[in-house]
Write a protein that binds this ligand. Structure first.
Ligand SMILES: [Zn+2]
Length: 245
């Protein structure tokens, strides 16, 4: 089955991950040996958008869909976006690192750009409910019908958060909200989430260079759903968002 990894990191982390660093060649090798066909590539929390984009463009071994890290405090960000709009396939927002909710006014103009240019936005969701809770990206998607939002880590990377997030997504009835599976290892709850939200809301991701595709592909393979539904999760949903279907 074709697989697109919807969430990988390439580059250098800050002290949070002990300055750990990988490059594009490492990612190409790992993606190929995992049977991944293409991948959405995000920088790490050192926000090196330009470096990553250039490194991706200078190789033709593998297809990466470049995701720009949206740090509103980055003074180079606006010109970077303006100069590279055609190469930016996804935006990534990390409320915990930025200490700002995705609904914070400083993100507005970037959500405008995303909405106007059909750029899906990955929003990190975590356990810090006041800042990185899944309710904020759902609220943003409710207000902006043309914005596609992918809630990372199934809305919080913790069984109780993932299952309540899936219920909230279902109750919202929104068709512009998706859930990324990256880094969620509790397979029973991934199955519960998919049953609740439906496979048409779910996007596979590994969170490489922190995780490996081979750690998370078996979780999707083990889901008690049809192979058509697995295709949605492994590549059809993200392909549609990236406009590559
Ligand atoms: Zn990540």
């Amino acid at each position: 089955m074709k697989i697109i990894d919807g969430h990988i990191h390439i580059g250098k982390w800050s002290g949070v991950f002990l300055d750990y660093e990988t490059n594009v060649a490492d990612a190409v090798r790992v993606m190929k040996e995992s049977g991944v066909d293409s991948a959405v590539a995000l920088p790490c929390d050192t926000f090196m958008n330009e470096e990553l984009l250039n490194e991706i463009k200078s190789q033709n071994d593998f297809t990466f869909h470049f995701a720009a890290w949206i740090n509103p405090d980055d003074s180079n960000l606006d010109s970077f976006i303006e100069n590279n709009l055609k190469d930016i396939k996804v935006f990534k927002i990390h409320p915990s690192f930025q200490k700002k909710r995705v609904t914070d006014p400083s993100y507005s103009k970037y959500l405008d750009i995303a909405e106007a240019n059909n750029i899906p936005v990955i929003v990190h969701c975590g356990r810090w409910q006041d800042i990185a809770g899944f309710t904020f990206p759902i609220e943003a998607a409710r207000k902006r019908k043309n914005l596609n939002v992918i809630l990372a880590h199934l809305g919080g990377d913790q069984p109780s958060l993932c299952t309540s997030c899936a219920s909230a997504v279902k109750e919202s009835g929104l068709k512009n909200v998706y859930l990324g599976t990256e880094s969620v290892r509790e397979f029973h709850f991934v199955n519960e989430v998919v049953k609740t939200s439906g496979a048409d809301r779910i996007i596979f991701g590994s969170d490489y260079n922190l995780g490996l595709p081979k750690m998370y592909i078996p979780i999707i393979e083990s889901l008690k759903i049809s192979s058509e539904e697995k295709e949605l999760i492994f590549y059809r949903n993200i392909s549609r968002l990236l406009g590559i279907e």
